[in-house]
Ligand binder design. Structure first.
Ligand SMILES: NC(=O)c1ccc[n+]([C@@H]2O[C@H](COP(=O)([O-])OP(=O)(O)OC[C@H]3O[C@@H](n4cnc5c(N)ncnc54)[C@H](OP(=O)(O)O)[C@@H]3O)[C@@H](O)[C@H]2O)c1
Length: 241
């Protein structure tokens, strides 16, 4: 039995991931942006889940959650799922928050980052990125960055299994009702990477789609770009990896 944090678990893929892991007998830590949204987690809490709350657009909230989770009970895995499609929260939620949580919680041996096919449209440019979300952020860039973060961690921390997952275009609030991909398949890879012991799961640095490794944007495995990204995130947050 593993202890797994799933960020952004009030609905959509995060909710489905947390429910499936709990149903499989794992101890899940669920996450909501505030106490009002945490009411959506009631069924999971009633079945024994632990909850953390905090708005991932606010760095202090991410830091507080990391401190709360440093509670002497190790986390085995984190599924970095919380994400937004558009608006000023894109960079804070999609890349700054997972970076900070990763830097502040070095214990988990399995890290899963939600990527997207949209990352192929991202630009591997770091000059002028609006990390603080003063204006609308580029979703494609944020997903290129988080996919690169997953690969960089796999290289920097060989003892950790760090992978990125494209869940497909699935019918959640973000994906919309007409999304063509299978919602069930959209969360199975994250669960598998978080807990399974099959040999393929021991892969690290992969970009996955439906349990298959695919080639990501070429910048993802460019070590020079990885290092520039890590340096930019460390400088921006004041928190090195
Ligand atoms: N759906 C797709 O087709 C698709 C495709 C590719 C990648 N993805 C990725 O998959 C992940 C999950 O997406 P989804 O489709 O399940 O989206 P969703 O249904 O909109 O759910 C997003 C989750 O993230 C949480 N969240 C967003 N902003 C937050 C913030 N500031 N603080 C705390 N929590 C926050 C949401 O909380 P609230 O409920 O409080 O807003 C919700 O729990 C995202 O990273 C997304 O980029 C999705």
């Amino acid at each position: 039995m593993s202890r797994i944090l799933v960020t952004g678990s009030t609905e959509g893929l995060g909710r489905a991931t947390a429910e499936a892991l709990q149903a499989a007998g794992h101890r899940v830590v669920v996450h909501a942006r505030n106490p009002e949204r945490a009411t959506a987690l009631r069924p999971l809490l009633d079945r024994g889940a632990q909850a953390v709350t905090g708005d991932f657009a606010e760095r202090d909230a991410v830091r507080r959650i990391a401190a709360e989770l440093d509670d002497g009970e190790p986390l085995d895995a984190v599924v970095h799922n919380a994400g937004v499609w558009s608006g000023p929260d894109v960079m804070p939620v999609n890349i700054i928050a997972p970076y900070l949580l990763t830097a502040l919680l070095p214990g988990p041996r399995r890290l899963v980052y939600l990527s997207s096919g949209s990352h192929f449209g991202g630009h591997p440019r770091l000059d002028g990125v609006d990390w603080r979300g003063r204006g609308a952020g580029s979703y494609a860039d944020s997903k290129l960055f988080v996919t690169t973060l997953a690969a960089a961690l796999a290289r920097r921390r060989p003892e950790v299994r760090s992978n990125a997952v494209d869940p497909g275009w699935v019918p959640t609030r973000m994906g919309g009702p007409g999304a063509p991909d299978d919602l069930e398949l959209g969360h199975r890879t994250q669960e598998w990477l978080a807990v399974a012991d099959e040999p393929e799961v021991l892969t690290t640095g992969g970009y996955w789609y439906h349990r298959q490794v695919r080639d990501p944007h070429p910048a993802v495995h460019d070590e020079a770009f990885q290092e520039r990204l890590l340096a930019a995130l460390a400088a921006e947050t004041g928190t090195p990896l």
